[in-house]
Design a protein around this ligand. Sequence first.
Ligand SMILES: Cc1cc2nc3c(=O)[nH]c(=O)nc-3n(C[C@H](O)[C@H](O)[C@H](O)COP(=O)(O)OP(=O)(O)OC[C@H]3O[C@@H](n4cnc5c(N)ncnc54)[C@H](O)[C@@H]3O)c2cc1C
Length: 382
Amino acid sequence: MSTSHYDLAVIGGGIIGTAHAYHAAKANQKVALFERNDRPVGATIRNFGMVWPIGQAPNRLERALRSRRHWLDLAEKSKFWAPAAGSLHLAYQQDEMEVLTEFTDLAGAQGYQIEILSPEKTTAYSPGVKTEGLLGAMYSDTEVNVDPRQAITQIHAYLAEQLGVDLYYRHTIKEINYPKLQTAKKSWTADRIIVAGGDDLSTLYPELLAQAPLQRCKLQMMRTAPQPNNWQLGANLAAGLTLQHYAAFAQCKHLPALKARIANELPAYNQYGIHVMVSQTALGELTIGDSHEYDYTPNPFDKQEINQLILDYLHRFAKAPDLHIAEYWHGVYAKMMNGATELILHPEPGVTIVTGLGGAGMTLSFGLAEEVILEEKRLTGA
Ligand SMILES: Cc1cc2nc3c(=O)[nH]c(=O)nc-3n(C[C@H](O)[C@H](O)[C@H](O)COP(=O)(O)OP(=O)(O)OC[C@H]3O[C@@H](n4cnc5c(N)ncnc54)[C@H](O)[C@@H]3O)c2cc1C
């Protein structure tokens, strides 16, 4: 039964708010989760569903791997699809192979679970790899796929039914005056309040968020219809462009040469921040993306030029029985522009803002939320 006082109130039903609600409820706290829509429809359902430790910088790997364990545990408990499919970074150019080999030499000692594969061995991990011109690949064992639409629905049901979390959909929290939080019509109190509003920078504490090095980023995405005959992609696929995107590879001395070649050969890809990855959904569709365009007010209209660039690059390294696109969309997230992996603020005692996870929110969510809830418990002695 819903009440008007909670141990913890969480604002935002995306993966970050949900992960905080999960860890607190698991620790026997009475939790309320407020979401302004009648289900989450933000970045959390618009992404690839890739839990992606391989992309994280060495100092975030432990958090990502811990988060991965929570994802797998929750998938079992809340009954959603979460294959530990791993990932392949494919190399068709010598400089790509050099970065992958250098990274593999460095990263084994840092805890990444990776190996370099010959072209012949690569295809054993995915029938979706184009072998023409393939020099080799790096396989990583740690990547997990979820279908974000299914996962968030199932997790919310689990929170409500098994952990006693009160879900308040269609409730926009307009104001917080600790310990009170309120919609236009009703108010509640809570011992602690977590604000996880994603890229909403204007409803709660807008002045404070305006001072943070946060930027909105728009990403264009697309999806095929379910593949025929239950065709399975296997490992998630990425290629050369991805090596200049993720923080994990920034430590490689061979990276600047690769970046210089891409800047010279593929300037339009850099102009729109495009790198190309493919994952599969629970229904067998292939999710393909993405681009990165930074603006406080993202352009509501999508560029066909970007979609075409993504597809052109995809055809360099991936194949599948049916690559016709059934759906296009874009997502927006808030990202830290100073290299930090998240923004945590305490606008008033008892209130914590958690946002700014950029393109790693699915990957880091449960690990970060576990740390935040533990720290709050330590501070309050609750
Ligand atoms: C296209 C795309 C691809 C991505 N791919 C990946 C990936 O493969 N792997 C990965 O790790 N990450 C990926 N990401 C990043 C990841 O999706 C985000 O980091 C993450 O979803 C952010 O979660 P969030 O809960 O902060 O935000 P959101 O999902 O946006 O959720 C915030 C929620 O808060 C609600 N809200 C806001 N203000 C209020 C209020 N005042 N009252 C009530 N409710 C409110 C909103 O309605 C929303 O539902 C991708 C992102 C995009 C856009």
